[in-house]
Design a protein around this ligand. Structure first.
Ligand code: PZK
Length: 287
């Protein structure tokens, strides 16, 4: 890493450092969380898979929207990026009914003010993808909000721009993923504003940590779907009867290896690039 980077913030599994006034370094660790708890065992190369996937999607979507990526680190797990003024909302798009969307639908028949058809079952595909913004909670869970609440936070013009771009980016990535056997059920994007006032895609994009990836060949609406990446970890944790509070359990080597294989498989399917080639030369994902 760079000589004089100062640590500015920590996510559950990532860190941000300031390089100078205009540039940040995002570093993705190999830590994994399940049921909202970071486990004591790491998944080797997970951070590299997520960094490579984000870089790939930033390059692939640059004609749709500018992004914050300046360079990928030679270590494969760090991203040098432009420092932006981040929007105070999470830009979530859902193509399928899962997680808090499924919960809200069951309670109200709506998700973030979108009235949905009656009779949908868990994990159903929606008639069309919906934009479902959320607040950024400092602690605890993000809260789904409707258009009016989001407009109050970012203004109408920014809201409409973020909604349009989020839906267009989701259409692009979910089509490519579906062709490669992965359903992108939903995803969370983050935008910032640059000095010229332009909206810029930031953070990570279309990774398994920011999206629900489902194996298409196992898709069966009417219940929760297996996770493409974390299912072995969840199944193992469930088998222990762990109460899902800190601290989480250590993972056995077969669960670690199987999970690493799933992350690498997702990377290779989505990018069409061998993961070993990425490790040798991270810039391969930039095309
Ligand atoms: C920024 N986060 C979330 C990400 C963490 C926390 N380009 C940018 N400019 C200014 N701020 C951010 C970004 C980006 N991306 C993103 N917080 C601030 C986050 C990674 C690790 F701990």
């Amino acid at each position: 890493m760079s000589e004089s980077a100062t640590h500015v913030s920590s996510g559950k599994v990532r860190e941000i450092y300031a390089l100078d006034d205009d540039r940040l370094l995002l570093v993705a660790s190999d830590r994994i969380s399940t049921f909202d708890v970071v486990l004591p065992t790491e998944i080797p190369d997970k951070g590299r898979v997520l960094t490579g996937l984000s870089g790939f999607w930033f390059a692939q979507t640059a004609s749709i929207v500018p992004n914050h990526l300046l360079a990928l680190g030679a270590d494969g797990r760090s991203t040098e990026c432009r420092r932006l003024e981040m929007l105070p909302i999470e830009c979530v798009v859902r193509g399928y009914l899962a997680g808090s969307g499924w919960k809200d639908y069951g309670t109200t028949g709506e998700v973030c003010g979108h009235r949905l058809p009656p009779g949908l079952v868990e994990s159903d595909r929606l008639p069309e993808p919906i934009f479902t913004p959320a607040t950024k909670a400092q602690t605890g869970h993000d809260e789904n909000i409707d258009r009016a609440a989001a407009v109050a936070l970012v203004g109408e013009e920014r809201y409409d721009q973020a909604e349009r771009l989020t839906l267009e980016l989701y259409r692009f990535a979910s089509e490519r993923a579906r062709e490669r056997g992965i359903i992108l059920a939903d995803t969370k994007l983050e935008f910032g504003v640059d000095r010229e006032g332009r909206l810029v895609l930031a953070d990570e994009a279309f990774t398994p940590d920011s999206s629900r990836f489902w194996p298409a060949d196992a898709y069966e609406p009417g219940g929760a779907q297996p996770s493409f990446d974390k299912q072995f970890v969840r199944d193992y944790c469930e088998s222990l009867g762990w109460d899902k509070t800190y601290p989480g359990p250590e993972l056995p080597v077969d669960v670690v290896d199987g999970t690493r294989g799933r992350y690498v498989d997702a990377f290779e399917r989505l990018t069409g690039i061998e993961f070993a080639d990425y490790l040798a030369r991270p810039d391969v994902v930039l095309g």
